[in-house]
Design a protein around this ligand. Sequence first.
Ligand SMILES: [Zn+2]
Length: 153
Amino acid sequence: MSHTPNRLWTLADLIVITWVTIVSGTLLLLAWLGSSGTIDEASQQRWTAVGIAGLILSGLGTAYCLVRGRRALGRKLSLVTDAAVLARGAFAHSSDQIGDGSQPRLVASSDMTFFHREGCMFSEGKRLRAETREEHERAGRSPCLACLLELAS
Ligand SMILES: [Zn+2]
C-alpha cells in the first residue's frame, strides 16, 4: 500500500485557494471603493454586482476547499479501515507465535486501553507485558491505530 502524506490539501489545491481568495478579495474591495465614491444609482448597482460576484467566488473557493479536504480525509479513513482488516489477520497470526522472535510481540500494561506491537512509538519507555491477542481482548484492550497503520504501509 502506498504512503499518503498527512495533508488534507495538495500544493495545487493551496495555489487554487490562494488565487480564489486574492481575486474574490480584490472584487469585494473594488466594489466597496467603486460604490462608495458615487451617488449615481446605476453605477452603485454595477459595483454591487461586482461585490456579489466576489462573494460568490469566495463561497465557491470555500466549497472547493471543503470538498478537497473531505475527499483527502475519506481516503485516509479508508486506509485505516483497510489497515484494520489487514491487521485482524496479522495480529491474529502474531499471537500464535509469541516468543519465537519471528513476529513482534503484542504488549500492554494492565491499565492500558490499547495493545501494541512491540516497538510501536506508543509503547516506548513503558513497562509492558506481552500477552496473546486473546488475552489482551479479554482484558478489554483494542489494537492500537498507529500499529494498524504501520502494518498497512
Ligand atoms: Zn501501537
